[in-house]
Write a new protein. Structure first.
Length: 226
């Protein structure tokens, strides 16, 4: 997780990571959702393609044969906090850490003892989307009130059985490179003016060697005229 000095860069924004619980019968339906308190500093995705190793009798080389493509796994850390050091967080309404954790588990974790059904999840953050299940969560309590109530905790989460994708429509579009003016390719100066605008602007953007002899002045004079 982030240290408190950089937490303000990723909190209080509308683009917090969302954990959505989906309807297994219709993956487009969202049954419930959880919004993370602080966006993760990082996440890790594991792509696994198991191979079978075979070594022929009497042979010295091991032969690898492709087996299958395993489902992808994702791991990330989540923060739960009620110390007040993060300021007012509108969507948690100053809920204590235990309430925040229970809410997260209610949405994401399948608890057999509570007869929970299989919980298919979708993690959404910016262009990233991961579909899978919460396989394992380890919660560490690190800060407590004077009466022993947890006021900060970190959850190490492992999601599996899924697939990650990045929505290209949400990626920033590359900026178009400005066309470089090339006065030297213009037959006459007037053509460049009609095509590109101010004559002196065109002249000032060209290397001195590309300027006509009639206006090959020191660059300092050209700059003074702009």
């Amino acid at each position: 997780m982030s240290d408190l000095e950089t937490i303000s860069d990723r909190i209080g924004l509308p683009n917090h990571m969302k954990i959505l619980r989906l309807n297994p019968d219709n993956m487009k339906d969202v049954i419930d959702s959880y919004t993370v308190l602080v966006n993760p500093q990082s996440y890790k995705v594991v792509h696994h393609a198991p191979h079978t190793e075979n070594q022929p009798l009497g042979g010295g080389n091991t032969v690898f044969s492709f087996n299958k493509v395993a489902t992808e796994k994702m791991s990330l850390n989540l923060l739960f906090d009620s110390t007040g050091s993060l300021g007012q967080i509108p969507f948690i309404n100053n809920e204590n850490v235990l309430v925040q954790i229970n809410r997260f588990l209610e949405v994401a974790f399948s608890d057999v003892s509570k007869d929970d059904k299989f919980k298919e999840l979708q993690l959404v953050w910016g262009p990233m989307e991961f579909f899978g299940v919460l396989e394992k969560v380890e919660i560490s309590y690190s800060h407590f009130s004077a009466t022993g109530i947890p006021i900060r905790a970190k959850a190490v989460c492992s999601f599996s059985g899924g697939k990650i994708r990045f929505d290209e429509s949400k990626l920033p579009k590359p900026k178009k490179r400005k066309k470089k003016l090339d006065y030297a390719k213009q037959k006459h100066a007037i053509n460049a003016v009609l095509k590109y605008g101010s004559y002196m602007t065109i002249v000032s953007s060209q290397p001195e060697t590309a300027l006509p002899k009639s206006i090959r002045l020191p660059s300092e004079i050209i700059k003074m005229l702009i």
